[in-house]
Design a protein around this ligand. Structure first.
Ligand code: AMP
Length: 118
């Protein structure tokens, strides 16, 4: 069982901010911003590549509610999901990072020169 399924099953503790029958949101253990929440579906879906539009529809509403719950809805925030090898996805259970609480940096994301792609 993956680590996020263990969190859903209460086998690993987490700091929950919002939950409903389909989704769970909890604080990232290694925050990269003053607010760093992970939102996950309770069904095991490996990544954004596999998620259904039906799940995403409900997840959108859930993440909007998470942003409100943690107080970043008005000030702004970033939603990120890493996919696969080049996306640097570590945990193979779909999760959206919800980052905020301060002005976020938007600098280079890889050591490859993006101008080489043009
Ligand atoms: P990613 O690189 O997109 O797969 O992100 C995985 C995230 O999960 C990282 O930001 C980790 O800090 C976070 N993480 C891993 N284990 C836990 C845990 N037990 N509780 C909370 N966050 C976790």
């Amino acid at each position: 069982m993956c680590i996020f399924c263990k969190i859903i099953n209460n086998e690993i503790p987490s700091n929950i901010v919002l939950e409903n029958e389909d989704f769970l949101a909890f604080h990232d253990i290694n925050p990269k911003a003053p607010i760093h929440i992970l939102a996950i579906p309770k069904i095991h879906v490996e990544s954004f590549n596999e998620v259904s539009p039906e799940t995403m529809k409900k997840m959108t509403t859930f993440m909007q509610n998470v942003a409100k719950e943690v107080g970043v809805k008005k000030s702004g925030y970033r939603v990120v999901t890493n996919v696969g090898e080049n996306g640097a996805q570590e945990v193979k259970h779909l999760h959206f990072h919800i980052l905020g609480g301060a002005k976020l940096a938007w600098s280079h994301l890889s050591d490859a020169d993006p101008r080489n792609m043009i």
